[in-house]
Design a protein around this ligand. Structure first.
Ligand code: NAP
Length: 295
């Protein structure tokens, strides 16, 4: 009988010369939860893959893609600051990555490397897991950066009845709204009345700003602007409960953090690379820092 504790027993074979390597490139990467999430997925499915992180400095994305070709790295995740820069080194893009101008996942198709963007799929999966169907809903997206753009495109393509982008800088807001027909943007002036007016008839609020991550941050939306019937999706996952989520609960609205989206985008990458259904529960446990064990 093995003396190994059950939680450290591996279903997949031990690492060896045939083990396939997948990786995330970015700077920084030390904080990334992708290795924990994807190694949990490989372990749960018993496939002989391992996921590691590589610090790749700004300006070196194309060299990292060249290394992927040379070393035969089986799949690559891409994070800041390379999501746009990496595009020039790829052979082609998915429709979503092309429209967003940003790649977070690279796949082999024969000898060619294809760039995908799975953030929007991750958001939709997390909303649906919460019983929220974006089709026909009135959506407000706060922010206009990479996460906001993925949210606007995914929610618009999923059939949201209205998409309103609220952002500090008007140009970025307009560019995000231009991703889907009929979406509008409003620039934030600092007057809380802007938010109250924008959210009065909304069904779903997505916070795609980093406001709430830093200790001492206030909610980016005052409690008075939130209402029962609204679902608040804060894309922040650290801390797991944000000031916006607190304000939403106090106003009688439902709220969840960005962990579901994080797991959802990784699950989509796993399936793109391996062709297998993703073991969502094992991945979610790993994302929240729970021991992985057997699923
Ligand atoms: P980004 O590209 O830097 O965009 C940040 C956006 O937030 C910009 O539109 C910026 O407005 C706005 N913003 C920043 N500080 C603000 C402030 N103090 N007040 C109002 N607006 C402010 O960042 P990102 O990559 O989109 O990430 C945004 C958030 O989403 C982060 O918290 C990140 O952790 C989270 N995220 C989560 C996931 C997930 O899987 N859950 C995935 C990606 C990102 P301006 O345009 O006016 O500068």
């Amino acid at each position: 009988m093995s003396s190994e504790p059950p939680h450290s027993r591996r279903l997949r074979p031990a690492l060896n010369a045939g083990t396939r390597v997948a990786a995330v490139i970015g700077d920084p990467v030390a904080h990334s939860r992708s290795p924990a999430i994807l190694n949990a997925a490989f372990e749960a499915t018993g496939i002989d893959w391992v996921f590691v992180g590589f610090v790749v400095r700004k300006g070196a994305a194309a060299q990292a893609v060249e290394a992927m070709r040379t070393l035969g790295i089986a799949g690559m995740s891409v994070t800041m600051p390379h999501k746009s820069e990496v595009i020039e080194a790829l052979d082609s893009l998915s429709d979503t990555a092309s429209r967003l101008g940003a790649v977070n996942c690279i796949e082999w198709e024969g000898e060619r490397l294809i760039g995908h963007n799975t953030d929007g799929d991750g958001l939709l999966a997390s909303l649906r897991a919460q019983g929220v169907e974006p089709s026909g809903s009135r959506v407000v997206v706060l922010g206009a950066g990479g996460a906001a753009r993925a949210a606007v495109l995914a929610l618009g393509d999923a059939g949201a009845a209205e998409v309103l982008v609220l952002n500090r800088s008007p140009e970025r807001g307009r560019a995000a709204a231009a991703l889907v027909p009929g979406a509008r943007s409003v620039s934030l002036t600092g007057d809380p009345g802007d938010l109250t007016a924008a959210l009065a008839d909304a069904d779903l609020l997505v916070n795609a700003t980093p406001v709430g991550m830093a200790e001492g941050d206030a909610s980016p939306v005052p409690r008075e602007a939130l209402h029962p019937g609204l679902v608040v999706s804060d894309l922040i996952y650290h801390p797991p409960r944000t000031p916006l989520m607190e304000a939403a609960s106090a106003a009688g609205a439902r709220a969840h953090n960005g962990l579901g989206m994080l797991v959802g985008q990784a699950a989509a990458a796993f399936s793109i690379w391996t062709g297998l259904p993703a073991p969502g529960e094992a991945m979610a446990r790993a994302a929240s820092g729970e021991p992985v064990g057997k699923s």
